[in-house]
Design a protein around this ligand. Sequence first.
Ligand code: SF4
Length: 554
Amino acid sequence: MFAMIGGKAMAASVSNLDRLGAMTRGAGSNQTHHYTARPMLSTATRQLIRTRLDAELGRIDKDAPARVALVYPSPYHVGMSSLGFQQIYAAIQALPGICCERVFLPDGGDEPGAKIETAVSYEGLKPLAEFSVMAVSVAYELELAGLCKLLEQSSTSPLREKRLENDPLVIAGGPLTFSNPIPLAAFADAIVMGEAEESIGPVMLIATSFASKAEKLQALSREPHVLVPSIHGEELPAMGRVDDSLLPAKSTILTPHTELSNMFLIEAERGCSRGCMYCVMRRSTNGGMRIVDPEVIFATVPAYAKKVGLVGAAVSDHPRIIDIVREFTTRGLQVGLSSLRPDRLKEPFVEALKKSGYKTLTTALDGPSQRLRDGIERRGRIEHYVAAAEYARKFGMERLKLYLMIGLPGETDEDIDECASFVSSLSKIIPVSLGLAPFCSKRNTPLDRMPFAGVRIVQKRLVRLRAGLRGRAEVRATSARWAWVEYVLAQGGEKEGRALYEAVQAGGTFSHYRKAFERLGFSPDGEGYGAASMPTSPEKLKMQGRRLHTLAPS
Ligand code: SF4
């Protein structure tokens, strides 16, 4: 749960006792769905886990009366790359009387339609169903399918109201709670909203020490940032925002088996001071940007680290980012940044990045045309991209990589043509790659409720863009179909969450999702997009205040 870059978890004090399912279930239980015998684990899986554990550096091996499952509903290499997941791991291991064992979606389980082996914890090879408490971190909408698979394979119903008294208590949190956690409410008994460093202690204490599930839920519902769907319905508590003294989040375990092999991650800032219209982490979220003192960053990175990843929603906006990159480079470390804003890519910064090991300069083009970039209030201008391309070439980088969205409100073929022409001109300076994602409007943003462009329209625009580029840039695009699934969930409520579960049960391919969502009246090429346009300035002002319905402050 609670995994976030900008919404992480940390410890609080807990003295506690536990009633772990592993010990209490089975004998004396009249509930037939609980495991009393451990499932067969394939030799290959056992070996894979052993190899990964052997390669880890920094794991906190701990024993305690209460053991909870810390669950990531994507495979190991994704979960262990999440700074927030690592932070909550460290936080639970710091609690008195309680410890955690990590459980990941088995490798390949995130492929559409893939079947999975029963998941077991890495530390104890214990089936998920043997834990009485699961703390789950959910980063984004499509990971809900992984959560359903994990629970189902553990003979535990994913639907919260179908779980019985002795079934695990499922507590979720993570980045998803910053936009729309309601589809998750179909599966979680409790949801910790926003940054969880200060919530995690009391939540774990309640989850492991009260006798009955009803008592636990009542107690959790009184916590300031916890949503208990069976009690609160869809009225959300205020988002957790921790004291700045708890920053920065940092890696606990280093492993070569992640996306960011053996890279020590540290938060250089949290939040953002900008106001991009589609972004959940914009300045109105949790007080905007919070900056970590460079001296604290230098002192926190351990001597054994060879690579450091500076993390934050807008990390290149850190006022001393160039000094930080240079200092780590002087110490002989390779440096990576989680994001680079185009207007920050001035000559000294690009030079510092090159010296720190960058071969590809990656930034966001955001929209296909200047008109649409202006519409979503991005500050990237043509001159920024041209300068970035020239500096990248000057300092010997190999490539410029640009991310952008297509299917923005009001987008036309002319916007796509402008993109093709502009990217072609950049490719004369340096080789260019494009990473495209269809626009999905998110709750808690000014563009909330903007319709999805439609799968066919997105695919047509992609064809047009490729044709216009005529091979002058490499193009990689995320699937328009799965973007539509993400959109339905991002805008949806519990019934959309339940429809996702139906799709997973039916087999989990796109066609299963389409059928499940069509029963709710959604269509991948739904109506409404044609009439949508980028909002005007007065409309934008009105939209700034859009929020999900929340509980009145008590
Ligand atoms: S897209 Fe990036 S720069 Fe814009 S508000 Fe979000 S985090 Fe900030």
